[in-house]
Write a protein that binds this ligand. Structure first.
Ligand code: UFG
Length: 336
């Protein structure tokens, strides 16, 4: 089976490419390097000992997609490519809507032209907005997204649903990720944010490594056990494996199906800081500051549907996540 992976050199994409290669899939990657780096190709090769085809192109570029689909018989697409920074999306909504939506539309058009109807879409728990009940099941209402990035995920899910209604040859799985962290245990691939990180884990590792001075904890007056925000952190390798489980099942599923990929357990910001310090034997200085606009108190998954229907479950522990995240940044520094 040959899989086209859009955004295959990015954080989640690169870990998924590794799992695909290790499970003997043939892989074709398209990535414009906006949020990734060519060196990831060598690193994936080092981990797996396997090769894949790479196209340095933008998914918005229809001619490039035409070339890829003409040169490769693609059986399924895993679509990661897209802009993903929440704060930036508030500043640059047109850029976010244009890029994330146009790329997906072009991709679907080319898939139809080339008789490829299997698509796994990289969605997000952000589609649930501020959840009415916890843990969040796939039955929960979607909507109420608080930023353009989240709204692009919601809109793309809707577009894919309409495409499935119009054409019953399509099999689409939207995987709604909770908070991916961690890195490959080799220390070779992991998360490399553009500029100063917005997300908690990349920030913690940079404070621990001395690159940043102090962590700002955004509010300690939420309705949570210690007042700080609670999230469902999931190891990126577990997340990557979820895509393989989805691929194995995709042909049995008609139309669009949605799955939460999370562990089902919520940890607060301070839980994470403490776990990180304990596992890695380092200190992470922090200060409590104002809440960050658009943040919600708690968000964690009920991952039962993915277990029952895809046979997928997160296996890695919080300790694995803390250790692998730190290991990656230390090795990255050595490579600089
Ligand atoms: N936080 C801090 N300090 C920081 C960064 C984050 O206290 O410097 C807190 C946040 O307030 C929140 C928690 O840490 O309580 C997690 O924040 P992240 O920015 O790491 O993640 P979010 O849950 O806000 O958002 C993430 C992804 C989105 C995705 C969403 C899915 O960034 O892309 O999860 O629910 F949509």
């Amino acid at each position: 089976m040959r899989i086209l992976v859009t955004g295959g050199l990015g954080f989640i994409g690169s870990h998924t490419v590794v799992e695909l290669l290790e499970n003997n899939y043939e892989v074709v990657v398209i990535d414009n390097l906006y949020n990734s780096n060519l060196s990831v190709i060598d690193k994936i090769h080092k981990i797996t000992g396997k090769e894949f085809s790479f196209y340095e192109n933008d998914v918005c570029d229809e001619d490039a997609l035409e070339t890829i689909f003409s040169e490769n018989k693609i059986d399924a697409v895993i679509h990661f490519a897209g802009y993903k920074a929440v704060g930036e999306s508030v500043q640059k909504p047109i850029m976010y809507y244009e890029n994330n939506l146009v790329s997906t539309l072009h991709l679907c058009k080319k898939m139809i032209e080339h008789n490829c109807f299997n698509l796994i879409f990289s969605s997000s728990a952000t589609v649930y907005g501020n959840p009415e009940v916890l843990p969040i099941t796939e039955e929960c209402v979607v909507g109420g997204t608080t930023n353009p990035y989240g709204t692009t995920k919601l809109m793309i899910e809707r577009i894919l649903k309409d495409i499935c209604i119009s054409d019953n040859r399509f099999h689409v799985i939207a995987l709604r990720y909770f908070n991916p962290i961690g890195a490959h245990e080799s220390g070779l691939i992991g998360e490399v944010p553009n500029g100063i990180p917005n997300n908690l884990m990349p920030y913690i590792v940079r404070v621990a490594s001395g690159e940043l001075e102090i962590l700002s904890v955004f509010g300690n007056d939420y309705d949570t056990p210690d007042g700080t925000g609670v999230r469902d952190y999931i190891h990126v390798v577990d997340l990557a494996r979820g895509h393989l489980k989805a691929l194995e099942k995709i042909n049995d599923l008609q139309g669009i199906h949605y799955y939460n990929l999370g562990t089902g357990v919520g940890y607060s910001v301070l839980d994470l800081v403490r776990a990180f310090e304990e596992v890695n034997g380092v200190s992470v200085p922090y200060k409590i500051v104002e809440r960050r606009e658009g943040d919600i108190a708690s968000c964690y998954a009920d991952p039962t549907k993915a277990l029952q229907e895809l046979g997928w479950k997160a296996e890695k522990t919080l300790e694995d996540m803390m250790r692998d995240s730190y290991q990656f940044i230390l090795e990255e520094k050595n490579r600089e």
